[in-house]
Design a protein. Sequence first.
Length: 292
Amino acid sequence: MAIALAAYAGALAVLSRAPGFSLAEPLFLLAVLGIAFPALAWVLTRPPRGQTARPDPVPSRWRGVLVYLAVFAVLVLGWGFSAINDAFPAEPVQSVVQVLVKLATMVVLPLWLFVHWRRMSPGPFGRRRLWLVFIVMSLAYLALQAVFGRGLSTLSELDPALATLLWAVPACLLWQSIEAGLAEEVLFRRVLQEHLSIATGSHVAAIAWASLLFGLAHAPGLWLRAGHLMEGVAEATPLWAVAYSVVMIAPAGIAFGVLWARTRSLWLVVPLHGIVDLLPQLAPFIRAWSGA
């Protein structure tokens, strides 16, 4: 925890030297995504007395997972997607190819290399409790995105017809649940966090490290794929990309880390991740699949 907090403080110090930087947004994200939402997830998933979710009773292979994650972040998130965008510039072909690559490198390969499915221990909750957690957390994330996100304003600029929204909303939710939810939750929660929990013997430490690494994995894309331009930064350095990933992206993984540690349910975290990305990605999804 001390190392994770020191990494956050150091990254915040790096960003604070950027022209026009304000502490308001990162501190807001830390308060909401790093504290309030994890606290809500913790309250909603208080286990029945005497029942707790436990990691798989297998040796940890965390070193191999970290090596795989580093190679994946550079070769796939950094260089690979740039190559895909150049080779397939038209939508929706580009999105389809990206999803296939994500499923291969973030789901199939990690599960094959690092997961023992036959030994997976079940979580302590039944369907009704998981549905309650899903509904409450979904409403909280949707409210956050509606009030503070840019998704609705971008959607209003596109001004889609009602008939378009009727097919686009469920289709986008399904797409995001696969493209972001399944891919990221399998790699970062089912594989990475699970092995860190076994290695450290602490769910808290595993959540902190997994969230930090979740943020850091986005750094190559911010630097190599011009992701910095979407954040209003004209020129990005590797140090800026690392700092931005830690401060602005890593807090988003904490609540999902809590949910996984307490429920061990991909059926919960995968569609919830899709809900989180629904409003921000709805307008781009409509443009990609309708030619709007």
